[in-house]
Design a protein around this ligand. Structure first.
Ligand code: SF4
Length: 546
């Protein structure tokens, strides 16, 4: 029988778009846009053209593509319900205002920097500001006309929006208590700073297959399991303290826990090893299909051993040192509360509701920190704020002041362990509302469950769509926004529930219980029921995820 075209067609005729295998011709519009013009070039057009001529002058390829490399996304046009998100064209969803993200590598700011972040919000962002779960500050209602003025405000103080979004190395997560924590053996800050200095804004790395997320910390307080690359503190029996290398974590619609490469990396080699891994991703990453373009797919196909071999042989030109796995804590560390630093002073971690603050609040936190004698404030990957370097005698006043601002250091377990993504208020991909919903649910649970306070935190992560920006799959109760049918047959906002996920000792994904979908209105009832059942049936020290 003569072969049909289906028989003769190679299974992967186009490959998967890996540059290293010769697939340099763009295979989709995103790749075309990046090839046509380095996305970092958009900055000059914003400064010289768009900020002067206004929103309507913006080239659509810049608006929906390259603007992201400057930390800018158009925000969702108000009034479009989540059921229509998937059906509309991008231009129908675009508002003429922007979400702007300031990357804060390592998560730290000074008082002066925090005041500037507050000022950006009050002057240009209608007093909006969210602490994201990647240690960024995110604004809304930004006009393109104001973007250069914002850069003029923050950049002289050492902050930037460059590569805060886009297919490039995003903000580098660092420990919120780097340099002060008693338990820390190596402060990773020099490695974070060197990566930013050498590689952020580097045109050789500004066209990656997709986003690339980094976490570097001695402690396990940066959700290292779900980053594209992580360096986690570990003691080597011969070489001493250094970092264990993990690659290929990520959530979204195809979640993966990062894999250890079994390599121990000393602090001063972290930037070069990081650079090698990014280059492997740039050159071998899959560019053909957007949904397979994260490094986690490469690691899943190659395996950790082969990935390490390519990294060593083709990029580093040397072998890495084998190393042990770090010891895993019961749960990731969120730093909420008051803790002693190694220098005898204290750090204070407080919990804004779902990371929502405002420019006014940020400025007030800067003032309060200064009055307490601190010049170091940190943001955490759990949407929290930490004030460092507080002397004992300043502690009470600071705690009282932060409490007045709605930032308690001893929040309820619900306030402490609830996170929410941006959701339908501003995000164009959202199907449901999240931030305000989370705030109301927390208030509700504080009343309903006053008699059942579990001695283990139970995390609740609200996400507006399957993209899992607030880490749906690694929460005790993870919620993925979707339209569901209520008991009267109406299509309403709701969630698919993922139960029993976690990081730390319980690192793994929650079970997506078939058919377990709840409406947004049912959420407090549902959580109350689950928690009461857990409390009633709990066996000794059993954790929620067990
Ligand atoms: Fe937007 Fe979805 Fe991410 Fe939420 S999870 S911020 S709705 S993309």
């Amino acid at each position: 029988m003569a072969p049909t075209s289906a028989d003769t067609k190679p299974a992967r005729a186009k490959g998967q778009g890996q540059w290293k295998l010769g697939h340099r011709e763009p295979l989709n519009p995103n790749e075309r846009s990046k090839k046509d013009d380095n996305p970092l070039n958009v900055r000059a057009r914003i400064e010289n053209v768009y900020a002067k001529r206004g929103f309507d002058s913006i080239d659509p390829a810049d608006l929906r593509g390259r603007f992201r490399w400057m930390g800018l996304y158009t925000q969702r046009r108000p009034g479009i319900d989540g059921g229509r998100t998937a059906a509309l064209e991008p231009e129908e969803l675009d508002d003429e205002y922007f979400m702007m993200r300031v990357r804060l590598d390592g998560g730290g700011v000074t008082v002066a920097q925090l005041r500037a972040l507050g000022e950006v919000s009050t002057r240009y962002g209608r007093d909006t500001a969210d602490v994201t779960d990647r240690e960024n500050i995110q604004y809304h209602w930004i006009r393109v006309e104001d973007v250069p003025a914002i850069w003029n405000l923050i950049e002289p103080l050492g902050m930037q929006t460059t590569e805060a979004c886009g297919d490039c190395p995003r903000v580098v997560l660092g420990s919120p208590v780097a340099g002060v924590a008693d338990a820390e053996k190596v402060d990773a800050t020099p490695a974070v700073d060197e990566i930013v200095r050498r590689f952020i804004g580097d045109r050789e790395l500004s066209n990656l297959p997709r986003k690339f997320k980094t976490a570097i910390s001695w402690q396990q307080d940066v959700a290292h399991e779900v980053n594209d690359i992580s360096f986690v503190g570990v003691e080597h029996p011969e070489h001493g303290p250094g970092f264990d290398l993990w690659v290929g974590g990520g959530l979204s619609t195809n979640p993966k826990i990062a894999q250890r490469l079994g390599a121990w990396v000393p602090l001063d080699e972290v930037p070069d090893v990081w650079h090698g891994v990014v280059q492997v991703f740039r050159d071998y990453g899959y560019r053909r299909l957007r949904h397979r373009a994260r490094i986690k797919f490469l690691i899943a196909d190659w395996g950790a051993e082969e990935f390490r071999r390519v990294l060593e042989d083709e990029y580093l030109g040397r072998k890495l040192i084998d190393g042990p796995a770090p010891t895993t804590p019961d749960r990731p560390i969120d730093h909420v509360g008051v803790y002693r630093q190694k220098d005898g002073r204290n750090y204070v971690g407080v919990a804004p509701p779902s990371g929502r603050v405002s420019g006014t609040t940020l400025t007030a936190v800067a003032d309060a920190a200064e009055r307490a004698g601190s010049d170091r404030i940190r943001f955490t990957p759990y949407q929290k704020i930490v004030v460092l370097d507080v002397a004992d005698e300043k502690l009470d006043d600071l705690l009282a002041e932060l409490n007045t601002l709605g930032l308690p250091a001893q929040p309820s377990t619900w306030r402490r362990s609830t996170m929410a993504c941006t959701g339908i208020e501003f995000c164009k991909l959202a199907i449901v509302e999240t931030k305000e919903r989370a705030i109301r649910v927390v208030e509700d649970l504080e009343k309903r469950l006053a008699d059942v306070v579990p001695d283990v935190p139970i995390s609740l992560h609200l996400n507006g769509c399957p993209n899992a920006c607030a880490r749906t799959q690694v929460a005790d109760i993870g919620l993925k926004g979707q339209i569901v049918t209520d008991s009267d047959g109406n299509q309403v906002e709701g969630f698919q529930v993922h139960l029993g996920g976690g990081l730390g000792l319980d690192a793994g994904f929650g079970r997506k219980l078939r058919g377990l979908k709840i409406t947004s209105a049912e959420l407090p009832d549902y959580v109350e029921r689950v928690v009461r059942n857990f409390a009633a049936q709990r066996d000794g020290e059993e954790r929620f995820a067990q």
